[in-house]
Design a binder for this molecule. Structure first.
Ligand code: FAD
Length: 426
C-alpha cells in the first residue's frame, strides 16, 4: 500500500517500530528474510530507558516477567574473586522503570505475538529478503527476493532498514562503508540451569579486560531455586589479519574454550563446572561497524543494528533499537509521515549513538577491568587502593549518561510518545 511504512527486518528493532507505528495510527508492514520467526539467541539486557518505552507500548511486567526478570545488581569482580565495583540496577537504583535481563528469543517471540495481535497476521511477511530500494518524489520501492526464488516489490511512503549488522539497506545507502570491524575478542555464549549468584539477579563481569566471564540469570528461579543462567565467555586474541572464520555465528563445544577459564574457581562459583553443565554453546567474534555520517537518505532510514551495530559491552544494543523505534514515532508525530520525520530522527540520534558505538569498542563499562588490569594485573585486596570509589563511580556514571540511561535525566524526561497521540490528530 502506497502510504505504508515499509520495514526491512523483523528483529527487535523492526517489530518495536511496527508496534510504535500502530500505536500512533501509521500503517506499517515488516519484510523479514527468515522463513519463520524463531526464538534464537540467549541473554540480553533491556535498560530502563527501553523498558519505559515497552511499558508505554503496553508491554509491561506481565509480559517481561514471562521472558526474563528484573535485574537487581551490576558487579565487576577481579580475577582473584574480589569485588571491583557493585551497584544496584533498575528500581533498586532509583529508576522509575526496571532493567530486565531477558531471553532474546523469548522476548522476540513476545514482540512478534504483539504485532500479530495488534496489526494482524499479514503485518509480518516472512521469507522476504530486502535487496535494495529506489525512491522518487512520491514514495519508495523496496526490492525483495522471496524464499521461493521469486522477486517482488513493495511500495510505501518510507522505508526503514532494520535488517541488522549485515544490512542490505545500509550497504546501498553507504556503498563505501568499510568491512565489518573485529577487534580480537571472541565470545562463546550459552545457558545453564543453576542457582543465580549474589542477589539472585546480579549481572557479574568476572576477570580481566582480555579474558572474562559474564554471568546473569534470565528467568525467575524454579521451585528448587534454579534459574536459566546466561553466560558469555570472552577472550581477546591477536586480530592482525582480520577474521578468518567462514561464519560469524556458529555452534561450539565447551571443550573448545573451557581451558581459558580453568583458574576461574572460587568458593562462590566454579566456572569450569558451570560451563560443563551447559548444553549448547555458540561462538561468535565480537563485531561492530564503523559509524556512518548519516542514517537517512530521503525516504529511507536505518535503525537498530543496521544503523549502529555495537559491541555488547554496554548491554544496550537491543535497548537502543527500541529507543530508535520510539524516536522515529515521535518525529512522525511532530513532522508527519515523510522525509522530514526521518531527518529529525537522524539529527537527534545518529551523532550521539555513533559515539556510543566507539565508546563500546573501548570496552564500555568493562573499561574498569582494563584499568584494574593495568594498575595491578587484576590482583588486589582492597580495591580502593587501586581505583578510588569516586573514580569508579564517575567512570560508570559517564557511561550511563552516554547510553541515555542516566537516572535523573531519564526519570524527569516526558514520555517519548505522549499517551493517546496519533499522527494527524490535532
Ligand atoms: C539470530 C540472532 C541471535 C542473537 N543473539 C543475541 C544474543 O544472544 N545476545 C545479544 O546480546 N544479542 C544477540 N543478537 C543481536 C541483538 O538481537 C541485536 O543486537 C539487537 O536486538 C538489535 O536488533 P536488530 O533488530 O536491529 O537486529 P537483529 O536482531 O540482527 O535483527 C535483524 C533482523 O533482520 C532480518 N534480516 C537480515 N537481513 C535482512 C534482509 N536483507 N531483509 C529482510 N530481513 C533481513 C534478520 O533475519 C533479523 O530478523 C542476536 C541477533 C540475531 C539475529
Amino acid at each position: 500500500m502506497a502510504g505504508e511504512v515499509l520495514i526491512a527486518g523483523g528483529g527487535i528493532a523492526g517489530l518495536s517500530l511496527a508496534l510504535t507505528l500502530h500505536q500512533i495510527g501509521v500503517q506499517a508492514r515488516v519484510y523479514e528474510a527468515a522463513s519463520e520467526i524463531r526464538p534464537l539467541g540467549v541473554g540480553i539486557n533491556l535498560q530502563p530507558n527501553a523498558v519505559r518505552e515497552l511499558f508505554d507500548l503496553g508491554l509491561g511486567a506481565e509480559v517481561l516477567d514471562r521472558v526474563g526478570l528484573p535485574a537487581r545488581e551490576w558487579a565487576l569482580v577481579g580475577l582473584n574473586g574480589n569485588d571491583i565495583h557493585a551497584e544496584p540496577r533498575g528500581i533498586e537504583a532509583g529508576y522509575r522503570w526496571p532493567q530486565y535481563a531477558v531471553h532474546r528469543g523469548a522476548f522476540h517471540m513476545a514482540l512478534h505475538q504483539a504485532v500479530r495481535d495488534r496489526l494482524g497476521e499479514g503485518a509480518v511477511v516472512t521469507g522476504a529478503r530486502a535487496q535494495g530500494y529506489a525512491q522518487d518524489a512520491d514514495g519508495v520501492t523496496l526490492h525483495l527476493s522471496r524464499a521461493d526464488g521469486r522477486h517482488s516489490e513493495a511500495r510505501g511512503a518510507l522505508l526503514i532498514g532494520a535488517d541488522g549488522i549485515h544490512s542490505a539497506i545500509r550497504a546501498q545507502m553507504h556503498p563505501d562503508q568499510g568491512p565489518i570491524h573485529w577487534g580480537g575478542a571472541l565470545m562463546w555464549r550459552g545457558t545453564v540451569r543453576a542457582r543465580p549468584l549474589r542477589t539472585g539477579s546480579s549481572f557479574v563481569g568476572l576477570g580481566t579486560g582480555r579474558q572474562r566471564m559474564v554471568i546473569y540469570p534470565i528467568s525467575h528461579p524454579d521451585a528448587e531455586g534454579r534459574a536459566l543462567i546466561n553466560w558469555i565467555a570472552e577472550v581477546t586474541v591477536d586480530s592482525t589479519g582480520g577474521w578468518s572464520g567462514e561464519r560469524w555465528f556458529e555452534p561450539a563445544e565447551i571443550g573448545d574454550f573451557v581451558h581459558h577459564f580453568e583458574a576461574f574457581r572460587y568458593p562462590w562459583l566454579d566456572v569450569p563446572a558451570l560451563l560443563a553443565a551447559s548444553g549448547a554453546a555458540w561462538m561468535n567474534p565480537m563485531i561492530d561497524r564503523d559509524p556512518v555520517p548519516a542514517w537517512v537518505e530521503g525516504r529511507v532510514a536505518l535503525m537498530g543494528d543496521a544503523a549502529h551495530a555495537m559491541y555488547p559491552t554496554g548491554s544496550n544494543g537491543a535497548s537502543q533499537a527500541i529507543v530508535d523505534a520510539r524516536v522515529i514515532g515521535a518525529k512522525m508525530l511532530a513532522h508527519g509521515v515523510g522525509p522530514g520525520a526521518l531527518s529529525a530522527y537522524d539529527a537527534e540520534l545518529c551523532g550521539p549513538v555513533s559515539e556510543l558505538v566507539l565508546r563500546n569498542r573501548n570496552a564500555g563499562p568493562f573499561g574498569l577491568l582494563d584499568i584494574v588490569d593495568d594498575r595491578c594485573a587484576g590482583v588486589f585486596d582492597d580495591i580502593d587502593t587501586v581505583i578510588p570509589p569516586e573514580e569508579r563511580a564517575a567512570f560508570i556514571a559517564g557511561y550511563k549518561a552516554a547510553a541515555g540511561f542516566a537516572i535523573d535525566r531519564l526519570n524527569a524526561a516526558p514520555p517519548t510518545i505522549p499517551p493517546g497521540a496519533r499522527v494527524g490528530a490535532a
